[in-house]
Design a protein around this ligand. Structure first.
Ligand code: ADP
Ligand code: 5GP
Length: 199
């Protein structure tokens, strides 16, 4: 059976990376798409693990080759999802998680309307600010940019099917897992695979 495409978005610092890592550690029927980016690697990040790091020229070449299912400019850098990787994972029968921004999610919605769209929200604005600051990976100007952007990103909430409040990592991870499991049981998906030929 073909896997499902699961899109997870939410403002920077809400905990998307944390929840996706927790899902990967616990469940081996899921795969996380490793995006391409022109952003510089942060301390502790490895090429091919968190991202594939490219120069702007290399990224533009990949756009020309139509290597991306979606791509977008986020916070002055380019980010994109490999079409080939997603195709491979889905064909293996695993669900493929895309942790991408709202612009990318809207492109996926047009191309793959059957995908599952989940928006992660923080318990409060104040907690979001604490998490971005606490992560310690951005300078003050970057933090302010991300907080401003968070308000804009929240306006896309209506374009998603599910909203999960990331109050506690474990609880939020299990809510995302529950959504993924429930979606696998949707009659429409099942009929797509089995048609009318039930027995
Ligand atoms: P994103 O990928 O959405 O930008 P991260 O996963 O990097 O966010 O999380 C931002 C910071 O918030 C990290 O320091 C992470 O450890 C912390 N964090 C994530 N989820 C929670 C939570 N439920 N409660 C408290 N801190 C959290
Ligand atoms: P960060 O630089 O903090 O890792 O990510 C910044 C933003 O880029 C986040 O909102 C993240 O979801 C988004 N992002 C990461 N990978 C992709 C991708 O492949 N496509 C799109 N559109 N956004 C991405």
């Amino acid at each position: 059976m073909h896997g499902n495409l699961v899109v997870i978005s939410g403002p920077s610092g809400v905990g998307k990376g944390t929840i996706c890592r927790a899902l990967m550690e616990k469940y081996n029927d899921l795969a996380l798409s490793v995006s391409a980016t022109t952003r510089k690697a942060r301390a502790g990040e490895t090429d091919g693990k968190e991202y594939f790091f490219y120069s702007l020229e290399q990224f533009e070449e990949l756009i020309k080759q139509e290597a991306f299912l979606e791509w977008a400019k986020v916070f002055d850098n380019y980010y994109g999802t490999s079409r080939a990787y997603v195709k491979k994972v889905l064909a293996e029968g695993k669900d493929c998680i895309l942790e991408i921004d709202v612009q990318g999610a809207m492109q996926v919605k047009k191309k793959c309307p059957e995908a599952i769209f989940i928006f992660l929200v923080p318990p409060s604005k104040e907690e979001l600010a604490r998490r971005i600051t606490g992560r310690g990976t951005e300078n003050e100007a970057e933090i302010q940019k991300r907080l401003k952007m968070a308000a804009q990103e929240m306006t896309y909430l209506k374009d998603y099917q599910y909203v999960v409040v990331n109050d506690q990592v474990e609880a939020a991870t299990e809510k995302v897992r529950a959504i993924i499991l429930a979606e696998r049981c949707k009659l429409s998906r099942w009929l797509n695979c089995h048609g009318e030929d039930l027995f």
